[in-house]
Design a protein around this ligand. Structure first.
Ligand code: GLY
Ligand code: GLY
Length: 333
């Protein structure tokens, strides 16, 4: 993990913000604010697409809870930085590699939909037509090229670096190019639901519903989802609780975007499964959820506690309980 904690750096301040709001604890809020401010240099770092993951929990949520506009401004800067990563011919945000290098050129991921929703949030708030256009273009291409007929998703889309034409589906964290990595599916649910909530566009709401329905239909009879829905081999029983936490938060956002309480019921079921099968009961372990899988392929964080699983579990509970800050990635007033 790089020194700046890569895409996960915003989740601890995010958890502190949520705890400070629920408990009305000013000391926790001060700690969250101090950690969120440390992220400021990353707002102009265009070497990664992960800035939405970093700045939504730390600064977008932080601004809503604290009322401090400086956090909104940091988040706007970060979302503007992501525009450096927009590939004009292909109409998508590239995921990995320095924006000026050829390494990982032509690739994007399903995870990127969260970062794209962050760009749309900024574009609508600041009336930045380029940002809105880029976010919508990426989302449209993801629907065309990464959401399959059955509602499953491919983690990676490969585009021709000159023409921008779609070449093929692939994967980085999943089992195979034609499998469905469960956390990727969860990012698609939450990403499309946020895009729908922000834009009011039925296309994104329909895409979110298709990917959410696939996730729900593929829940095992009992217990947690596997790390990849297509895995029928020896690693089939390795779960990813974080995928369920992200999917639950996304389904609650989708229930609002579509005014459809059925997605609320689905989210409640996912949260109940997490409570029954993934809550950490060891008082010496500071995590909320265990049984997450960061990367089975790299052998990192397999069947472990993951900070983003904890963050999205709390995010989902805040949405379920209609907390005033729960809908923090709000449409522009
Ligand atoms: N897990 C690497 C990335 O999507 O940024
Ligand atoms: N890049 C986000 C993830 O690995 O889930």
């Amino acid at each position: 993990m790089p020194e700046d904690a890569a895409w996960t750096a915003g989740f601890w301040p995010g958890l502190l913000w949520l705890a400070s709001a629920v408990k009305s604890d000013a000391e926790l809020g001060a700690q969250a604010a101090r950690l969120a401010r440390l992220l400021e240099p990353r707002a102009s770092d265009d070497r990664t697409h992960d800035l939405g993951f970093v700045f939504m929990p730390s600064c977008v949520l932080g601004a809503v809870i604290s009322g401090n506009r400086r956090f909104h401004e940091m988040a706007w800067t970060a979302a503007g930085t992501l525009l450096h990563r927009f590939d004009g011919p292909g109409g998508y945000f590239r995921a990995w590699g320095d924006a000026r290098s050829r390494e990982h050129q032509g690739l994007t991921t399903i995870d990127a939909l969260m970062n794209v929703a962050f760009v749309l949030w900024m574009g609508l708030a600041r009336r930045d037509a380029d940002a809105v256009g880029a976010a919508r273009s990426h989302a449209d291409r993801a629907i065309q090229n990464q959401v399959r007929e059955d509602g499953s998703t491919a983690q990676v889309a490969v585009y021709d670096t000159r023409s921008g034409d779609f070449v093929r589906q692939g994967t980085h964290q999943g089992l195979s190019a034609d499998s469905c990595w469960s956390r990727g599916q969860a990012w698609a649910i939450y990403g499309f639901a946020l895009l729908a909530r922000l834009s009011g566009d039925q296309t994104y709401s329909d895409a979110a519903a298709r990917v959410a329905d696939y996730f729900y239909r593929h829940l095992p009879a009992d217990g947690l989802v596997p790390w990849d829905f297509a895995d029928t081999g020896a690693s089939q029983s390795i779960p990813d609780s974080s995928a369920m936490a992200i999917a639950a938060a996304g389904m609650l956002c989708l229930a609002d975007a579509r005014s459809d309480p059925a997605y609320r019921v689905c989210a409640e079921r996912l949260l109940q499964r997490l409570i029954d099968h993934a809550l950490v009961e060891d008082a010496d372990n500071p995590a909320i959820l265990g049984r997450g899988t960061f990367s089975l392929k790299l052998g990192i964080g397999v069947d472990e506690a993951l900070i983003f699983g904890d963050f999205y579990f709390m995010d989902a509970l805040a949405r379920l309980l209609d907390q005033p800050f729960a809908d923090y990635i709000r449409p522009a007033p």
